[in-house]
Design a protein around this ligand. Sequence first.
Ligand code: F7E
Length: 356
Amino acid sequence: KFMQTKKVIVTGVTGQDGSHMIDYLLENTEYEIYGTIRRLSVKNHENILHFKNNERVHIVDMDLNDAHSIRDVIISVKPDYFINFAAQSFVAGSWKYPTQTFDTDANAVLHILESIRRFAPECRFYNAGSSEEFGDVQYSPQDEKHPLCPQSPYAAAKCGARHLVRVYRESYGLFAVQGWLFNHEGTKRGKEFVTRKITKGVARIKREINAHMESGYQSSVRPLELGNLDAKRDWSDSEDFVEGVWLMLNQDAPKDYILSSNETHSIREFIELAFDAAGFHDTDTEWRGEGLEEEYVCNIGNKWVTLVKINPKFFRPAEVDLLLGDSNPIREELGWSPKVSFDKLVHKMVKFDLDG
Ligand code: F7E
């Protein structure tokens, strides 16, 4: 009997998660994949080059800020799955462009839900939810019952989207879920997010120091400038998370789960581990000073070199101080398990940036 191949729409494919999602689907399913991209005057196709010419991947134009384009794509593809990873995902940017953030991260989800309801009601929908929705956390670890306490326009938009997903699920019986994804990183992570900013900065500093050592010329190294080093995050590998998302989409009945490592580490710890991974040993490095004067320094050839300093420009109007997830429900109920530890993740990112 002829069985039509299932079709999956993935948005945000030029970003980290969408790109990994397509790799995961190519490897683990036989489905036809529709990756949507938005037109930009300067192309940002780095993360899609490796599958752009794969015959199972169709790159289609769609802009989340245009409800007509969403509708047209849903009508023409008639998807079995719709995975929405596209977003204005940079929390700090959401204070600078709050309306664009809300349109992209909340209103667009409403447009997708409406088009699915009208034109593809059997389609399973996943929307990328965030640990930022817990924001001003009330207790740790955060579980699925933790109240929504957003601290930024970004998080408020994700909370709005979460309510819409639930309302559409309950009102119309759609298979629609929104997981809570704690921070997830990797070598495709955008360079403005703190982890990638650090690993790229570590690699640059390492190269600068090597060049100076070789030339014997002792000019100063440009330090990495960061904001709040005391924030704590629950970091995982994005590749582990796309599998969790696929499990959520293929469970028997729609239910929202948390994806997290169940560990928390400060930005400071990430910095220490990243420099250590690049060969800056802890016997040669130390933190000095306090507050805005704080610095991470390293003794190189009997000279103290500043590796990291604080720039208040990177402080946020409101901060999420601590995130720590409890992902035991999805581990127990859907059998998800992450493969990459915090240590491995930092090493992988530093190695990639040193080699690149
Ligand atoms: O900041 C602190 C900053 O921008 C992490 C997104 O994927 O995960 C991500 O959101 C922490 C914050 O990610 C700098 O203040 C210090 O406390 O890497 P981030 P995020 O805001 O946690 C969640 C789950 C999402 O949903 C988001 O879409 O690091 N920090 N100094 C800094 N952060 C940045 N970006 N740059 C700094 O210089």
